[in-house]
Design a protein. Structure first.
Length: 327
């Protein structure tokens, strides 16, 4: 609170109070700057033939050479034997269908955790592999959360769990999961070289608690990697079969990032496996010898100069968010 002399009562020593008035130095709004970027997925182009809506997704044709996702020969045959043309369920969808699982691909289904406990469903569909997609924090709090090995219905069925919360968790852990799926499908092939999806006897069920978010994200990632579709097309494919999926903007951004990563892997002139990349990165972090030549010493001096310039820039005085209008 500031005190100013009142001229009319100066002789009597009178003062009056003038409150401080602060004005912002920069524009201010209540919207946070660190919100997740919004991702708007346009609806798929639907073709109505004889009153039945269907979609046909265009995909990039490529030759898989990396072994990070399984056998390249099998993956190329798998992608070639199944065209992404399917009937859209938007007219036939009912609210109760969210409690069931839907086939996204002839050999891959998506649904809630309740179907993973449904013995008649598992037998009728011939499920041969079950994958639970869970929250990492939820598993740390309750280790038995959606643990497929504790389901009585999974007796004799191989199970797998994929836990993630952040983009880093997903990107760093999805490759072994997709490779496990492809290795399982290849092991269940009835012929040496598949010509159609009927040659694959394996059936994979991917589920999460609701079947609408984390598990749908993994299925969409599988479509991006194996069939070369875009992130938006992958979401459209999954939603055309399971209309109730609900991906957050964080999950959509994960798929967009994954699309760019996979495209970069395919455009690399020297494709390599994920394990090879990891091993070379580990080797590059190995300590150097104690002896250094004159070029390395000069490089160290230049680096120190750069560090000094950066520290000087950091120590500069910033701009206060508000200033006193009375000053």
């Amino acid at each position: 609170m500031a005190y100013h002399l009142d001229p009319t009562t100066a002789s009597a020593g009178g003062f009056f109070h003038v409150p401080h008035t602060y004005t912002p130095t920069l524009p201010y709004h209540e919207r946070r700057h660190f919100d997740t970027p919004r991702v708007h997925v346009p609806p798929a182009e639907v073709d109505y033939h004889e009153g039945k809506p269907s979609i046909q997704i265009t995909r990039a044709r490529f030759n898989q050479v990396s072994t990070a996702y399984g056998s390249p020969t099998f993956i190329n045959s798998l992608a070639a034997c199944h065209e992404l043309t399917m009937t859209h369920n938007m007219l036939s969808w009912k609210y109760e269908m969210r409690r069931a699982a839907q086939r996204i691909l002839p050999f891959l289904s998506l649904g809630p955790s309740s179907v993973a406990r449904d013995v008649p469903y598992l037998k009728a569909e011939g499920v041969t592999l079950m994958i639970a997609v869970r929250s990492l924090k939820a598993v740390e709090t309750r280790p038995t959360f959606l643990n497929p090995t504790t389901f009585s219905a999974t007796s004799g069925i191989p199970t797998l769990a994929f836990d993630f919360d952040s983009t880093y968790d997903f990107i760093s852990g999805f490759r072994p999961i997709i490779r496990h799926i492809n290795d399982h499908l290849e092991a269940t092939c009835t012929t040496d070289q598949i010509k159609s999806s009927h040659d694959i006897s394996g059936r994979v069920l991917i589920f999460c608690e609701s079947g609408n978010d984390r598990s749908s994200l993994l299925v969409a990632a599988y479509l991006i990697v194996i069939y070369g579709v875009t992130a938006f097309s992958a979401i459209q494919i999954v939603q055309s079969q399971r209309f109730c999926i609900s991906m957050s903007d964080d999950m959509k951004n994960i798929l967009v990032d994954l699309q760019h990563i996979v495209q970069a892997e395919r455009s690399s002139p020297t494709p390599e496996t994920f394990e090879g990349t990891f091993s070379r990165a580990t080797e590059s972090r190995s300590p150097r010898g104690k002896k250094r030549n004159i070029e390395q010493l000069d490089s160290d001096d230049e680096m120190e100069d750069e560090l000094y310039s950066v520290s000087d820039a950091i120590s500069r005085k910033g701009i206060p968010p508000f200033v006193d209008a009375a000053d």
